[in-house]
Ligand binder design. Structure first.
Ligand SMILES: Nc1ncnc2c1ncn2[C@@H]1O[C@H](COP(=O)(O)OP(=O)(O)OP(=O)(O)O)[C@@H](O)[C@H]1O
Ligand SMILES: [Mg+2]
Length: 357
């Protein structure tokens, strides 16, 4: 999959820009706060429909403007396509593929596939479970429409169930109505946990190989997911604990509590791995994400690396650049002395993106 160009109108600080990309390594470079991360964010929005930086979509609209728009032209194995998303201060966001409006996000996500890697991902091993669930959700969503739809329903039901649990505290007569939400939540949770477990199993295989190649070490990583459970398991947990949940005012069991634990030589990486090993593991997880997408779709996704090159030491940098030499990579940096040779360079200054020969 190749992102051929990206266009922005009043998106973040970018008033108007059209950027063309080559099918190899592209570097967007420039000073701080010129719009490099915004450019990457716009492309990732076309993959995932939502941002890694914020859930407040109005933030995308350039200060003082009414609307923002991002579009990309990309090529997949069959044809050239265009995806566009627009936000306005008043209305809802609008998504389109090849000029045709798409109403369901589950039909927008996954047309264009990208792996995003930012400095925040480097601490994914040490971060809380929410970040690791986010890794799974972002990766699987681009590969599986059923997963996206299930995840959306799960979050809606979870919110409604939590609200009802809080209402039950004031009005115990409502308690029998929790059951219908418990059933729905349990059904979606079963779908989500099964797909997450399958994903973690494939991811672990690649992480083992990549980590070994990258560090030429003897340590063996393992990834363990909370576990695939069926709807009956979730349902019984939810019903057995409903009184306790009413006290807490929130749902205590379900896939929103899941985690992926990473081990090195049988010890939990979170507490025992060195900082360098943790970075290598997170890098390996991101590269694995690309490999799994290739296995399932036949094409490599586009790799978006925001400001990570300067965070990696020379050997990891070399490993990444070599490993990705035949893929499309769009990366940003403010350090001009690390620009890889033979890259397609785009300088950004005063809001203008310009190819630099
Ligand atoms: N809605 C908006 N309207 C206008 N400007 C915005 C908006 N949202 C963010 N900005 C500004 O856009 C600028 C560019 O941000 P961005 O994160 O893209 O910079 P960057 O080039 O990645 O910088 P760095 O090298 O520090 O990471 C920042 O000054 C930010 O405050
Ligand atoms: Mg940035």
């Amino acid at each position: 999959m190749i992102c051929q160009s990206a266009s922005y109108t009043d998106f973040r600080n970018i008033q108007s820009a059209d950027i063309r990309f080559c099918d190899g390594i592209n570097i967007i470079f420039g000073d701080n706060a010129v719009g490099k991360t915004s450019a990457i964010e716009g492309i990732y929005l076309c993959a995932l429909g939502r941002s890694h930086r914020t859930s407040k979509e109005k933030d995308f609209i350039r200060f003082g403007e009414e609307a923002a728009r991002v579009s990309i032209v990309y090529e997949d194995s069959t044809r050239q396509n265009e995806l566009a998303i627009a936000w306005s201060q008043r209305g809802r966001k609008q998504c389109a593929k090849n000029g045709v409006l798409i109403r369901k996000m589950s039909e927008f996500i996954g047309n264009f596939r990208a792996v995003l890697f930012t400095p925040e991902h480097l601490s994914i091993i040490k971060d809380g479970p929410a970040e690791r669930r986010g890794f799974l959700d972002n990766a699987i969503s681009q590969l599986d429409r059923v997963y996206v739809a299930s995840l959306q329903r799960y979050h809606t039901v979870l919110q409604q169930r939590n609200k009802l649990l809080q209402d039950c505290m004031k009005d115990p007569g409502l308690i029998p109505t929790v059951d219908i939400w418990s059933q729905q939540l349990a059904e979606e949770a079963a779908v989500i946990s099964k797909k997450r477990e399958e994903y973690v199993r494939s991811c672990e295989e690649y992480v083992k190989t990549i980590f070994h190649d990258m560090t030429s070490g003897r340590e063996i990583p393992e990834m363990v997911y909370t576990g695939a459970r069926d709807a009956a398991w979730f349902y019984s947990k939810l019903t057995e604990n409903v009184q306790r949940e009413i006290l807490y005012g929130s749902t205590l069991y379900g896939t929103h509590k899941d985690d992926v634990t990473v081990f090195i030589n049988g010890k939990e990486a979170r507490s025992f791995a060195s900082q360098g090993q943790q970075r290598s593991l997170s890098l390996a997880m991101k590269l694995a994400e690309g490999e799994i997408a290739k296995d399932l779709t036949g094409e490599y996704p586009v790799f978006l690396f925001d400001d990570v090159l300067s965070e990696l030491d020379d050997s990891r940098k070399e490993y990444v650049m070599q490993g990705l030499s035949h893929r499309q990579v769009i990366m940003t940096t403010c350090e001009t002395d690390v620009l890889p040779k033979n890259s397609y360079r785009i300088n950004v200054k005063d809001g203008i993106f310009r190819y630099v020969p």
